[in-house]
Design a protein around this ligand. Structure first.
Ligand code: PEP
Length: 256
């Protein structure tokens, strides 16, 4: 079965709940049924916006889906400040990011943490969008494929095929995130192709063919077309540009 492209907007720590409603309303106004038939559009607001986004999307039966930017590896208990998968599921989230490079960098999330979070997401029927990708020094040493595949292996350790076949992988080279420096389509395809090959080794060809692999890192309306033309890239994880309604809609239309 063909993989439906996914364009997911990571709002990061931006927009209060009123601004969130405003942006989702504008997106809903611009996106047509034709857009939604062609592409799955997701927004990933801060936790504090989720209830407002849920209320709007449910009330107007919008076809935009939503998720969180992180979740706790624990399900409940004395973990001050954390948000569980159960809480996100109760708010109607479809997705949760796991292992975004900003979590890895500022919160020291390693493969074991990412693995626990992937499993926590599945315990609550959330679909993880697992972020992997190398920093600049690793790229300069040409170890980017090996590094990214090691992150993938670690995060998927012990995850059964029936769960893994629904995961979304986002290849996000850290040097391209928020820098304006986008990977070339060829560079992005090199790693995304290697990810799919590794998924076939870890599981099988059918599972690997079902999994959507996104590219993320300074995606804009003027570079998305080249990225989407690559055979192993099934969409984009968009940071900064997802806060601009007009730009995000153009990205959802692959630049047209
Ligand atoms: C991101 O936050 O995942 C991201 C890709 O950011 P940006 O598009 O701003 O580079």
């Amino acid at each position: 079965m063909a993989r439906k492209p996914l364009i997911a907007g990571n709002w990061k720590m931006n927009l209060n709940h009123l601004e969130a409603i405003n942006l989702v309303q504008k997106l809903a106004f611009s996106l047509t049924d034709r857009d939604h038939d062609a592409v799955e559009v997701a927004v990933l607001p801060p936790y504090t916006d989720l209830r407002s986004v849920q209320t709007l999307i449910d009330a107007d039966k919008l076809r935009i889906v939503y998720g969180a930017q992180d979740l706790s590896r624990h399900d409940a208990g004395a973990y001050t400040g954390e948000i569980s998968g159960a809480m996100l599921a109760k708010l109607g989230c479809t997705y949760t990011l796991v292992g975004h490079s900003e979590r890895r960098q500022y919160h020291h999330e390693d493969e074991a943490v990412c693995n626990a979070k992937v499993k926590a997401a599945y315990r609550h029927s959330l679909t993880p969008i697992l972020c992997v990708g190398e920093g600049l020094p690793v790229r300069q040493e040409s170890r980017h494929v090996e590094h990214t595949l090691a992150q993938l292996d670690g995060a998927l350790d012990g995850v059964p095929a029936d769960q893994a076949k629904t995961i979304v992988i986002a290849y996000e080279p850290v040097w391209a995130i928020g820098t304006g420096e986008v990977a070339t389509p060829k560079d992005a395809q090199e790693v995304c192709g290697a990810i799919r090959t590794r998924l076939a080794e870890l599981y099988d060809g059918e599972v690997a063919a079902a999994i959507r692999i996104l590219y993320g890192g300074s995606v804009k309306s003027d570079n998305i077309a080249g990225i989407m033309a690559q055979p192993d890239i099934d969409g984009a994880l968009v940071g900064g540009a997802s806060l601009d309604q007009g730009e995000f809609v153009k990205i959802c239309r692959f630049g047209e």
